[in-house]
Ligand binder design. Structure first.
Ligand code: ZN
Ligand code: ZN
Ligand code: ZN
Ligand code: ZN
Length: 421
């Protein structure tokens, strides 16, 4: 201590300064004895501002410590000790250097999802020790409610499939949450189809159902389409009810040319009155304006196509195995593909003069023996007569045999009679 004072004395050669230093050192000694605190301000001082401006109060200062000397390294399990020294007064104090692991960031080991908790861990950079913790399960992402029975609806988690049940909230015969209406057939199968709605693709477990009422909505969106094979599993179906929102009924050119062609016992197709695309009359499916006949129930034996119909759609009578007698109107222009295919009881037909196109396979696999084509036929004298198709085609075979044997894939367009000389 005296060496230090002497050094200062020699260096500065200033007695006042020496006296000042001595006073300061004494103060330090006192303060060290008085308190073993780590206060930045020496106990000899009395405030943050050590310069009181009077010139003789310099014995007060704020200690400025150096970086210090490590006396004991901190470890993962124990605190360390460091000794720091004031650059002004030389006071030294010991400070604690916090020990403990030096962990990196949390790293996900197993991500959490809505079905399972996850796990994450962090590793100490010093000792390599790790700690792990659980990541909470995420929220389920529930789909829209779908009715499960007359009382309940159910939403399914898109990610894990877990179900959430609720009771229908029926208002005016309709559930406000799932769209279930009294009498809707449950368990039908749908596929999301164009952004605005759903397509009926199958009847699910309803193979034995006698009636199917297609719901107006599914998962909160309207049912707008019926796929061509939606009723392939139907066996005993007698009645199908179609809601207002259906705008597309698919008609495949494959084995069954429309979705109803497999329903052997079908007696009626009923379309909601508010439907803007389709309509029904006596169980027959028509376009809204009744110009296109889409489908006749299969169980019919005799049928008169109403006046005003211009088109019998592809497969409209396909497989109507009971159909024996059919009358076509004078407004009819087109008979679609496979329209009467597999009508095995059909032995007689008269094609009105208005018909311009009979599409391929229209009468394939029928029993037509007597087909009359009310067609413009030109004989030697130029009279128009009802003619047989065979004549029109300049074939010696009769229309009936032609239809039976060769009509499989043929269309024809009406020709004008030649001018009479
Ligand atoms: Zn100091
Ligand atoms: Zn460690
Ligand atoms: Zn889930
Ligand atoms: Zn509901």
């Amino acid at each position: 201590m005296y060496t230090y004072i002497n050094t200062i004395y020699k260096d500065k050669g200033n007695f006042m300064k020496l006296r000042f230093k001595i006073k300061r050192m004494l103060a330090i000694l006192l303060s060290t004895a008085a308190a073993l605190s780590v206060a930045a301000l020496c106990a000899c001082g009395n405030g943050g501002n050590s310069n009181n401006g009077s010139g003789n109060g310099g014995n007060e200062h704020t200690c400025e410590y150096d970086k210090g000397v490590v006396e004991k390294e901190a470890s993962c399990t124990e605190d360390g000790i460091k000794r720091i020294t004031c650059k002004i007064c030389g006071k030294t104090i010991k400070i604690t250097v916090d020990g403990g692991h030096k962990y990196g960031d949390w790293v996900i080991v197993t991500p959490a999802d809505c079905a399972n908790e996850g796990q994450e861990s962090k590793t100490c950079k010093s000792c390599g020790g790790t700690v792990t913790r659980v990541i909470e399960r995420t929220q389920h992402s529930f789909d829209e409610y779908v009715p499960t029975d007359e009382e309940y609806h159910r939403a399914e988690c898109n990610d894990c499939g877990e179900g959430q049940y609720g009771e229908h909230d029926m208002k005016n015969g309709r559930c406000t949450e799932c769209g279930y209406e009294t009498g809707d057939t449950l368990g039908l199968e749908f596929e999301s189809w164009i952004e605005e709605g759903y397509m009926l693709t199958g009847i699910g477990y309803n193979a034995g159902a006698k009636q199917i009422k297609i719901p107006a909505t599914y998962k909160g969106l309207p049912v707008i389409a019926i796929n061509d094979n939606a009723f392939d599993e139907s066996q005993l179906l007698k009645s199908i009810i179609i809601p207002a929102g259906v705008r597309f009924i698919y008609n495949s050119i494959g084995e069954y040319p429309n979705p109803f062609a497999v329903c052997s016992y079908l007696e009626e197709i009923i379309v909601d009155e508010d439907n803007q695309t389709f309509s029904s009359d006596n169980g027959v499916l028509f376009s809204k304006d009744k110009k296109i006949l889409y489908r006749i129930p299969m169980a019919v034996e005799e049928f008169t196509v109403p006046e005003g119909v211009t088109e019998i759609a592809d497969g409209a009578f396909y497989g109507c195995s009971a159909l024996k007698k059919i009358s076509l109107p004078q407004t009819l222009v087109k008979i679609g593909k496979k329209a009467f295919e597999n009508c095995r009881e059909l032995v007689e037909i008269t094609i009105p003069q208005s018909v311009e196109l009979i599409d391929e396979y229209a009468f394939n696999n029928t029993s037509l023996l007597n087909a009359t084509f009310e067609y413009i036929y030109y004989d030697a004298k130029g009279f128009n007569k009802y003619a047989m198709l065979g004549s029109l085609l300049k074939s010696s075979s009769t229309a009936a045999s032609y239809l039976k044997n060769k009509y499989a894939s043929y269309s024809f367009i009406k020709v004008d009679p030649p001018s009479v000389n």
